[in-house]
Unconditional design. Structure first.
Length: 177
């Protein structure tokens, strides 16, 4: 059973084929993909394929990706989740994105907080990391604000449109209280 998480303003839920249009709106937007390591989507078919990739991630226990749905409008405004899930080593990498019209409203903070809590409490993780383009100032600031610590820089770690970019690596560890 796919876990559904609730925050004050968001429902984090399974992404379905019905979400392909919203996924396309997100990933065809240069503002979103600019620091993502992914070229802009050019067709709804690419979005449908991504939805299937998210489903396989969960089915194969390699991760989990939730759709971020606003509770007031029922609109899908982005996704968040874990990939590179290694249960044996109790670690995963978090990733997220939000459609620009919904930036700077605290939605990412809400979703990250809920996902991190789920990772520690329900998946038994002790370490959650994040890899972010060094130029992605908003995401770098957000992770620090959320309690992640910068561990270092990975040189030429991700390619965007054929160009290598450096990334910062962050982590948050489960407190031992």
């Amino acid at each position: 059973m796919f876990p559904v998480l609730e925050t004050d303003r968001l429902t984090l839920r399974q992404i379905t084929d019905q979400d392909a249009k919203a996924i396309f709106a997100c990933f065809s937007n240069h503002g979103v993909t600019r620091y993502y390591g992914l070229e802009n989507m050019e067709s709804i078919e690419e979005a449908t394929s991504m939805v299937q990739t998210f489903a396989a991630l969960y089915q194969e226990k390699r991760g989990i990706r939730w759709g971020m749905e606003r509770r007031d409008t029922k609109e899908l405004i982005g996704t968040i989740g874990f990939h590179a899930l290694a249960i044996k080593h109790r670690r995963a990498e978090i990733g997220y994105e939000i459609i620009p019209a919904h930036w700077r409203n605290g939605f990412a903070s809400e979703a990250i907080s809920e996902a991190v809590s789920y990772g520690f409490a329900c998946l038994g993780l002790t370490r959650i990391s994040a890899v972010v383009f060094t130029q992605n100032e908003a995401s770098n600031r957000l992770l620090i604000k959320m309690g992640f610590e910068k561990e270092g820089v990975l040189s030429q770690y991700m390619y965007q449109n054929g160009i290598p970019y450096d990334t910062n690596v962050y982590s948050i560890l489960k407190s031992s209280e």
